[in-house]
Design a protein around this ligand. Structure first.
Ligand SMILES: [Zn+2]
Ligand SMILES: [Zn+2]
Length: 101
């Protein structure tokens, strides 16, 4: 059934390098940026200040509201994003360093 299920948001995929489940979406209407973030458990608490501490100028923070009956939809955050925003906050996926056992 290829071609079905095409639509905005909710596209799950995996990192081709490390296989971790990712949420990959185009975010933004005018200047869309492809966001690739690790898919968090829906109960995880991911406050904005914590994600901000992990972010870099090249690694933005995405806000992920969990709305009932709605596909996951990442949102861009601005520097004025409220620190007490109740949604989940994520930075882009980075492959974990390869460990040799
Ligand atoms: Zn937020
Ligand atoms: Zn990866």
């Amino acid at each position: 059934m290829s071609g079905a299920g095409r639509g905005r948001g909710g596209a799950d995929s995996r990192c081709s390098a490390c296989g971790q489940p990712l949420l990959v979406q185009w975010v933004g209407d005018t200047a869309a940026l492809k966001a690739r973030v690790p898919l968090p458990p829906d109960t995880a608490r991911l406050p904005y200040p914590q994600a901000l501490a992990d972010s870099t100028p090249d690694n933005l923070v995405w806000c992920l509201p969990r709305l009932p009956h709605r596909a996951l939809c990442l949102r861009w955050t601005s520097p004025r994003h409220p620190p007490d925003c109740p949604h989940q906050h994520l930075t882009s996926h980075q492959c974990p360093p390869t460990t040799l056992f």
